[in-house]
Design a binder for this molecule. Structure first.
Ligand code: ATP
Ligand SMILES: Nc1ccn([C@@H]2O[C@H](COP(=O)(O)O)[C@@H](O)[C@H]2O)c(=O)n1
Length: 444
């Protein structure tokens, strides 16, 4: 018998009525493990009756959870929709587990998404699957200690064990803050069909891609007592006119991955067109970027979303007097958010025309959006040539070409206004000529 593993599962999902096999699919809590099988997600659900074939090739094999002779642990954070405390708890746990210290430091930590199979338009609960290749009891102790230290009540803890017929079971334990634990339920782990949409898609608009100023503002309002900078951002937003309207001069946005030449092109355009050059996030909040980049997705994306509304008020003013060039705007905020949230392969992205790609109705629309693209090799050559310190996300982009492709593809799926693709590989003068030609064609 393989050693057992532990799973920490979301309280709200664990509290759902009788899960599962043989019952209506509408009440079934499901889970997706990210990164277990390369770019494929592994989907599973729970059967209390224990029904299901032994060692069905479709079922997640115990080896997916229990790396012999090791142990496997997993956890999800109980979450109210758009809850800042839950998002911060998830981030804290992630940092502690990937900190490389103690027994947790040698574990493999995979993403775990808990979702309901009824296709509810809610964000999944986020967690982790933690595989300890050495199966050391200290890992279990360290995890319990970590969870108990995170406030009241600690997330429930599930334990995986292999049954006599090679099937996989999960026991869910309630961790007591003072020590000890109580068994909440035992259920069999069985394969679940991949849902028609990646589990994160239904909740994208609530937790990562904000389609109104109000939605983003609500998030930062929850943060004011935790992050002083949130109050400062909100104060600036408050000073902006409610509905920024574009002036008579053209507004052109330049988008693209890092090091595709946006700064080079926007500066040249500024000189050639005698234009005002703006960027998102604007200078007034960019000193707080590091603070928000260190926060979980929910808060980070709300910060960038509000930055776009502040830039919109600057665009409105400037476009009454001259052409305006904008270095990054809403498309960047949305494309990076989508690519970060949608794990796995390219096909997991929401399909073209999905509402997540629609422009927010209350945000000033530019006249033209140009997307600079270069080959991955050229982009990396430019990144290295520039020799600047890389941000965490740039490092991720370089290491993870799938992520880079997802950002670029998300840009290309943006709707009304869409992004017009420009090959930015040629020499600087050549690229500028192409861009000027397109602007002229569009604005004449
Ligand atoms: N057409 C070009 N040919 C060769 N090198 C270029 C070209 N355009 C820009 N570069 C160089 O590539 C590097 C990245 O360009 P730039 O800083 O303009 O990109 P960026 O998109 O603004 O990057 P980031 O978003 O990271 O600020 C710079 O060193 C720049 O001089
Ligand atoms: N409008 C924007 C601009 C930027 N972001 C985020 O910042 C990162 C890129 O910024 P650079 O300064 O390197 O150009 C990118 O990773 C985005 O996550 C944004 O969300 N919205």
């Amino acid at each position: 018998m393989l050693p057992r593993g532990l799973a920490l599962l979301p309280r709200s999902l664990s509290a759902m009525p009788a899960p599962l096999m043989g019952s209506s699919a509408h009440t079934r809590p499901c889970f997706a493990v990210e990164g277990a099988g390369g770019s494929e997600l592994v989907y599973f659900t729970l059967s209390r009756s224990g029904e299901g074939p032994a060692r069905d090739p479709c079922c997640p094999q115990p080896s997916c959870f229990l790396p012999a002779p090791g142990r496997c642990y997993s956890l999800c954070v109980p979450a109210a929709p758009c809850s800042v405390p839950a998002a911060r708890l998830h981030r804290r746990l992630q940092q502690r587990m990937s900190g490389g210290q103690g027994p947790l430091g040698r574990c493999r930590v995979l993403g775990l998404l808990g979702y309901s199979a009824d296709g509810a338009q809610t964000a999944p609960e986020k967690g982790f699957l933690i595989q300890d290749p050495q199966g050391s009891p200290e890992t279990e102790r360290a995890l319990e200690e970590l969870l108990r230290s995170q406030g009241e009540p600690p997330p429930a803890l599930g334990v995986y064990e292999e049954g006599e017929r090679g099937e996989l079971w999960q026991s869910l334990w309630d961790l007591r803050r003072a020590g000890g634990r109580e068994l909440l339920r035992r259920a069999r782990v069985v394969a679940a069909e991949a849902p028609p949409l990646h589990p994160a898609v239904p909740g994208l608009r609530h937790v990562a891609v904000f389609h109104s100023l109000e939605a983003a503002r609500r998030v930062l309002e929850q943060c004011t007592s935790l992050i002083p900078e949130a109050k400062a951002v909100l104060d600036l937003v408050h000073k902006c006119p409610k509905h920024s309207k574009k002036g008579d001069f053209p507004v052109i946005v330049i988008e693209g991955l890092d090091a595709t030449g946006k700064t080079t092109v926007t500066q040249s355009l500024k000189a050639s067109l005698n234009a005002v050059l703006l960027r998102s996030p604007p200078a007034s909040i960019s000193q707080w970027r590091k603070t928000f980049d260190d926060e979980p997705t929910l808060i980070r994306r709300a910060f960038y979303a509000l930055g776009n509304y502040i830039v919109a008020s600057e665009i409105a003013k400037a476009s009454t007097e001259s052409p305006v060039i904008v270095d990054r705007y809403w498309h960047s905020t949305a494309a990076y958010a989508i690519a970060t949230e949608i794990s796995g392969k390219m096909q997991n992205l929401p399909s073209a025309h999905h509402e997540v790609y629609h422009w927010p109705e209350d945000l000033l629309k530019p006249d033209l959006v140009l997307l600079l693209t270069v080959s991955p090799e050229e982009r990396i050559r430019r990144l290295h040539g520039r020799g600047l310190e890389k941000t965490e996300e740039e490092t991720e982009l370089e290491a993870n070409s799938l992520f880079r492709q997802k950002v670029e593809e998300s840009y290309k799926r943006m709707d009304n206004p869409g992004c017009q693709d420009i090959d930015a590989s040629p020499a600087r003068e050549e690229v500028l000529k192409t861009v000027l030609h397109l602007i002229k064609k569009h604005c004449d």
